[in-house]
Design a binder for this molecule. Structure first.
Ligand code: UGA
Length: 440
C-alpha cells in the first residue's frame, strides 16, 4: 500500500510517520526545500516527543520518504492525503483554503491513474464537495474519489493519539474509498478501534464539533472557577465531582488561563462562520469564543491584583509561555496577550520556557529570556506559572525563595498544593480555589 502525504507540517509529518509505523509506504511532500533537506538529514522541524525516533526508524527502513517532487510522489499512490495548513483568514475568521485548493489542483494535474484523495487538514463543511468538482473538471478522464479523514491529534501526545485513537472518522462515499481507508488503518483492528464511515459533510463537521465542544468544556470550567473564587468553592473538586459522572467525563475540565493553540481558536471561529453562512447561528460557540478572549485579559488583572494593584517597576517571572506543555508552539498562546500587557504596565518580565523560547523571543522581544526557571526568578516579586511543564511542578521552593525578591506564586494552572507552598513561606494565588492566601 503506497500513500503520499502532501504537506509536512505538524499533521502531515506525524501522520506520515505513523502510517509508516502501520506498515504503509509513505512519501511526504513539501514545497519547502529547506524543510525536506532537514528531514532527509533526520532533523525534525517541530518539537513532538518521540517523532524523531519514529521518523529515523522508518526513513532508515525505506518506508518513509521525503521529497519536493509532488508529481513523482502521487504517481501510483493508492491514496493521497492533503495535510497542508488551513489558517484563519485575516479579518473574517474563515478557514483559508487556498493551500488546500492549490494542492488539489497540483495533484489533479500530476495524476497518472485513479486514486483516492483524502483531506486530513481541518476543512470546513462543503470542502470535500468542492474538491470533487476540481477533480471532475481537471481530470474527467480519471476516477478520483474524494474522502475526508480528520485528525484528532493533540500536540505533545500526537503519536500516541494516532497509534491508539478513540476513533477514526472517514467520510468516504464509494466502496473503493472505504476499502482504501480501511486498509490504511488496518492495524487498528487489532485494538478494536471504532472506524466510523460517514458522508463527506458529516466527517468534516465531526472535527469542528469535537474541537468546539472541547473548547466549550474548558470555557465552562473556567467560568465555574471564577464562581468558585466568589463562593469559596474549589474548582478542582467541582471538576472531579462533575467529571465522575460518566455522561460528562473528567478530561478537559482543567481550569486555566484560557485555551490557545493552533486548533481551538481557529476552528471555533471557522465553525461560527459556517453557521452564519448556512443560517444556523451557533450561539454557544460564539459565547465560548468571546469568553475565552476575555479570560486572557482577566488573567492580567488577576496578576496585578495579586501583586497589590500596581506592577510598575516590579519584576515578574513567567514560567512557561507555550500554549500548553510538550510543544514549542506559541500560536494563540495566552502568554502573547499577558506578557506584553505586563510590560506595558511597567513591569520587568523575565521568562523561561523549556521549548518555546526561540519562537517566543521573536514574538516578544521586550521580555528578558532566561536560561532556566531559577534564573527567571532572580529578583522577582512574583512567579507566574502560565504553562504546566512537568519541570515546574517540582521546583525547589527553598531555592526559589532565596533568589526571589518577594516569595509570591501566581499559579494559573493549579499545579501546586496551596498548603504546601504556603508552608514554604509563599503567598499563593491560583485559579478557582479558596481566595488568595498570603504569607507576606
Ligand atoms: C486539539 C484537540 O485536543 C485535538 O484532538 C485536535 O486534533 C487538535 O486540537 C487539532 O484540531 O489539530 P491541541 O490544540 O494540540 O489539540 O491541544 P489541547 O491539548 O487540546 O489543548 C488546547 C488548549 O486547551 C491548550 O491551551 C490547553 O492548555 C487548554 N486546555 C486543555 C485547558 O485549559 N484545560 C483543559 O482541561 C484542557
Amino acid at each position: 500500500m503506497k500513500i503520499a502525504m502532501i504537506g509536512t507540517g505538524y499533521v502531515g509529518l506525524v501522520s506520515g510517520a505513523c502510517f509508516a509505523e502501520f506498515g504503509l509506504d509513505v512519501t511526504c511532500v513539501d514545497k519547502d526545500h529547506g524543510k525536506i533537506e532537514m528531514l532527509r538529514e533526520g532533523r525534525i522541524p517541530i518539537y513532538e516527543p518521540g517523532l524523531d525516533a519514529l521518523v529515523a526508524r522508518h526513513a532508515g527502513a525505506g518506508r518513509l520518504h521525503f521529497t519536493t517532487d509532488l508529481k513523482a510522489a502521487v504517481a501510483g499512490a493508492d491514496a493521497i492525503f492533503i495535510a497542508v495548513g488551513t489558517p484563519s483568514r485575516r479579518g473574517d475568521g474563515h478557514a483559508d483554503l487556498s493551500y488546500v485548493f492549490a494542492a488539489a489542483e497540483e495533484i489533479a494535474d500530476a495524476l497518472t491513474g485513479p486514486t483516492v484523495v483524502v483531506t486530513k487538514s481541518t476543512v470546513p463543511v462543503g470542502t470535500g464537495r468542492k474538491l470533487q468538482r476540481i477533480f471532475a473538471a481537471r481530470r474527467p478522464d480519471l476516477a478520483v474519489d474524494v474522502a475526508s479523514n480528520p485528525e484528532f491529534l493533540r500536540e505533545g501526545s500526537a503519536i500516541e493519539d494516532f497509534l491508539r485513537p478513540d476513533r477514526v472518522v472517514c467520510g468516504a462515499e464509494s466502496e473503493h474509498a472505504r476499502d482504501v481507508l480501511a486498509r490504511c488503518y488496518r492495524p487498528l483492528n487489532l485494538i478494536e478501534t471504532p472506524i466510523m464511515f460517514t458522508d463527506l459533510e458529516t466527517a468534516e463537521l465531526i472535527k469542528y464539533a469535537t474541537n468546539s465542544f472541547l473548547a466549550t468544556k474548558i470555557t465552562f470550567i473556567n467560568e465555574m472557577a471564577d464562581l468558585c473564587e466568589r463562593v469559596g468553592a474549589d474548582v478542582n473538586q467541582v471538576a472531579k465531582g462533575m467529571g465522575l459522572d460518566g455522561r460528562i467525563g473528567r478530561k478537559f475540565l482543567h481550569a486555566g488561563p484560557g485555551y490557545g493553540g493552533s486548533c481551538f481558536p481557529k476552528d471555533t471561529l471557522a465553525l461560527l462562520r459556517t453557521g452564519e453562512m448556512y443560517g444556523a447561528p451557533l450561539r454557544i460557540v460564539e459565547t465560548v469564543v468571546s469568553v475565552n478572549e476575555g479570560r486572557k485579559r482577566r488573567m492580567i488583572r488577576k496578576i496585578v491584583d495579586a501583586m497589590g494593584g500596581r506592577i510598575e517597576g516590579a519584576t515578574i517571572a513567567v514560567l512557561g509561555v507555550t500554549f500548553k506543555p510538550n510543544t514549542d508552539d506559541m500560536r494563540e498562546s495566552p502568554s502573547l496577550v499577558i506578557l506584553p500587557a505586563l510590560r506595558a504596565e511597567g513591569a520587568v518580565v523575565r521568562a523561561y520556557d523549556p521549548e518555546g523560547m526561540t519562537e517566543a523571543a521573536k514574538l516578544m522581544p521586550e521580555v528578558t529570556w532566561c536560561e532556566d526557571a531559577y534564573s527567571a526568578l532572580e529578583g522577582a516579586s512574583a512567579m507566574v506559572i502560565l504553562t504546566e511543564w512537568n519541570q515546574f511542578r517540582g521546583l525547589d521552593l527553598e531555592r526559589a525563595k532565596q533568589v526571589m525578591r518577594e516569595p509570591r506564586i501566581i499559579d494559573l494552572r493549579n499545579i501546586y498544593d496551596p498548603a504546601q507552598v504556603m508552608r514554604a513561606g509563599f503567598s499563593y494565588t491560583c485559579i478557582g480555589r479558596p481566595a488568595t492566601t498570603s504569607a507576606l
